[in-house]
Every structure is written in C-alpha cells, then in structure tokens.
Design a protein around this ligand. Structure first.
Ligand code: ATP
Length: 386
C-alpha cells in the first residue's frame, strides 16, 4: 500500500533526453502501466523512481514523503527487472527467503516468512519447485521465481519492468490474469512498464503512453482505446495496427480512398471545405457483410485481395476505392480471395485525425459522429475485465 507522485522527472544521457519532465500520480492500490516502444524511456523512469540513477531534474514522493534525495535502500520500493538475477547455488525457497532475511525485513519470524513464501509461490504456480536450483528450472519458471522474490517483500510500491517478457504466449496470458488477481487481492500499488498493449489493456487501472521520454496520453484502458489523443496512441494499441487513410472534406462530406469511403462531415467538429484529414479504422472494428442498415452505420464496397489465417481469426486485405484496408474477422465466416464484399462500419468507430505528413503523428479531432466516442468492443471488454 502506498502512493507515488513524480514531478518533472528528467534524465539525460549526453545528448539523449531519456525522460523529459514526466509527471505521474499513482493512487493507493492502483495498477498503473506505462506503455511505450523500445527506447521510449520506460526502464529509465523506473530506475529514477527507485533511486538507482541520478536524475537531472524533478522530484519523487512516495507515500507522502519526498524521497528525491533518499538512498534506494530506504525508499521502500521493490523493483523487478526484465532480466532477473537468482542466486545459482540457492534453491527456489532460499532465493525467495533471502529478501526477507536482510535489512528492514529481517524482523520476520520463520513462520511469517514461510507464510509469505507460500502465498507468493502458490499464486505464481511454483510451489512444487521450492527445492530446485535455478539451473533446474525452465526460463519461464526462473522468471516467475524472480518475480516472486520481488513480490514476497512488503513494499509501498512495486516497480515491474516487463516481468512477463520471457514467458511463452500461453503462460503470459495466464500470468497476466494472476498478476491482476494478486494486485487486486493484496491492494498493492504497482507501476508496471511494458511495450505489449494487450498486457497494458488487461492489467491497468490507468495507462500512460510514453513516446521518446514524454507522456502522450494518460487514461483508463477504455479511454486509450476509444479516444486516443493522436495517431501515435491509436497505433500503439491494437494488432494489426489501426488503418490510417488520408481524407479531405468536399461538399460537406469526408472523402477517403478516392471516394471508396464517404460520409457526411460531422457538424460538431467544425471541419472546413478542403480540410485535410486522416480517417482511422481499427481492423477488428470493420465487419464484412453484416447487413447492418442502421443510420449510424456506413456501408462500403470492397474486394478481398488476400486472406491470412491467424488462429481463431483471419486477416483480410480488402481493396476499397483506390486503396486497401486491413480487416480482422472471425475465421469461421466464409471469406475467399477475390470475393466482392460490403464492409459495415459503426460510425463512432471511425476516428478522424488532423491531416499530416506520412511520418507525422496528428491529433484526434473526434469520430464520424462528432464527439461520440467509439463503443468498447467485446474483445476489449474481455481483456479489460480479465
Ligand atoms: P526497452 O523497452 O528497449 O527496454 P526503454 O523504454 O526501457 O526501452 P530506456 O532503457 O529507458 O528505454 O532508454 C531510454 C533512452 O535512453 C534510449 O534512447 C536509451 O538508448 C538511452 N539510455 C538508457 N540508458 C542509457 C545509458 N546508461 N547511457 C546512455 N544512454 C542510455
């Protein structure tokens, strides 16, 4: 249990600004996730909070106490790195017990230690491995043991740096659910960093999207998904990435893909004749031949160019107007290359962004229905509610 307040946190390495005036306010018991690509500054942020690197500017307050000048050892944070070190000559049980035998935690009785170790190893599914040495474990088991070494210690804040990165996909999904369960059961305050948007959506109470040392948007998983502040955030969540196509306002209508997509310009956004835009369409929110004829749905004609099976789903590359859109559909629906199809698109799912150069990220203006946010898709509800 604890809170974390970070102001103006800045760290440079020579010419590189690794983190740039970051502000974070993590509430007691919150699971806060920083999502960002490689090199965005995620690890630097955690190290700065833990006191493992000297910062250039800013302050760190933990549970109401200014810790900016305090040694790491006294900050009462527990940090797990992506690459974990275990004592090779100690068993799993001994590895887990060692954080409880040193420093401020040395006060734990043998019985309390055993209880804490039991709780953590049961949750992490490694209690049958207590007598093994690290060399007798798989990589995934080693990663879980190392995570256990962090979670076994009581701390104000848990700082977790991609703790699931070495696990295979199936184990990662089940550990994701376990971590969420541990966090809500023990009401720990967690700051978790990852480049995996699914992990962020599934685990977070709130997500901060980090790009080259700056937060672009902070919000709930729903807000990040439904109302991404710009094209960078929109591209950061969802696989395959959101389709972004250039568009222009002509005669009060938004036209994209050479007229392949066209709809009335939403009055609430105050768009002007000739304004350049980008239309954003998530592959999972484009539906093929659903025969929806409701007023806030759009029907668009296309032809399937390519199909690629992705397990339960199929990825379709569909020619629309003078371009193409990527669509993810359920694989149990009949789709053949060359088929003429109709795409059914719910207008609140059509994001409108300002126009820009191909490599430039631009702001979201609203949806094709004005300021109405996109509804939360079922798949995301499952992830968010996991
Ligand atoms: P990844 O997901 O790849 O681990 P990250 O988001 O954790 O990336 P950081 O490791 O925080 O990113 O790095 C942020 C930036 O700071 C990068 O440009 C990196 O090259 C630079 N950087 C990090 N540590 C150092 C260092 N010790 N010396 C010089 N530059 C560094």
């Amino acid at each position: 249990m604890g809170t974390l307040k970070v102001h103006d946190l800045t760290k440079t390495y020579g010419e590189t600004v690794a983190i740039d005036h970051l502000g974070i306010d993590v509430r007691d018991g919150e699971f806060f996730v920083i999502l960002g690509p490689s090199g965005a500054g995620k690890t630097t942020t955690l190290k700065a909070i833990a006191g493992l690197i000297e910062i250039d500017e800013g302050s760190v307050e933990i549970s109401g106490i200014d810790m900016t000048q305090v040694e790491p050892y006294h900050r009462n944070v527990a940090m797990a790195f992506e690459s974990y070190a275990l004592y090779p000559q100690k068993t799993v049980a001994q590895n887990l017990a060692s954080p409880l035998k040193s420093g401020r935690h040395a006060r734990y009785s043998e019985q309390e230690q055993t209880q804490r170790i039991n709780d953590v190893t049961t949750t992490l599914g490694i209690n049958h491995l207590l007598d093994r040495l690290p060399k007798e474990l798989s990589n995934g088991q080693r990663q879980r043991t190392a995570l256990g070494r962090v979670l076994v210690r009581p701390a104000d804040i848990y700082l977790l740096d991609e703790p699931l990165s070495h696990l295979d996909a199936k184990l990662r999904a089940s550990m994701r659910a376990e971590l969420k369960a541990i966090a809500s059961r023990s009401s720990t305050t967690t700051l978790y960093v990852t480049h995996d948007y699914q992990e962020a959506l599934a685990l977070a109470d709130r997500i901060a999207v980090l790009r080259t040392g700056k937060f672009i948007q902070i919000g709930t998983p729903e807000q990040i998904w439904r109302e991404p502040i710009d094209t960078f955030v929109a591209r950061s969540v969802g696989q395959p990435e959101i389709n972004l196509v250039d568009a222009v306002v002509r005669g009060g209508r938004v036209r994209a893909l050479g007229g392949g997509i066209e709809f009335a310009a939403p009055a609430a956004l105050g768009l002007t004749e000739g304004q350049q835009l980008r239309v954003g369409l998530r592959p999972s929110e484009l539906m093929v031949n659903r025969e929806v004829h409701d007023h806030d749905w759009l029907r668009v004609a296309g032809r399937i160019r390519l199909t690629e099976r992705l397990g339960r789903d199929v990825e379709l590359d569909i020619e629309v107007g003078d371009g193409n859109l990527i669509v993810v559909e359920r694989a149990d629906r009949p789709h053949q290359e060359g088929d003429e199809v109709m795409l059914d698109i719910h207008l609140p799912n059509v994001h409108l962004f300002a126009g820009g150069e191909p490599d430039e990220d631009t702001a979201r203006l609203g949806s094709a229905l004005g300021h109405t946010a996109a509804p939360l898709p079922e798949a995301l509800e499952e992830e968010v509610g996991e």
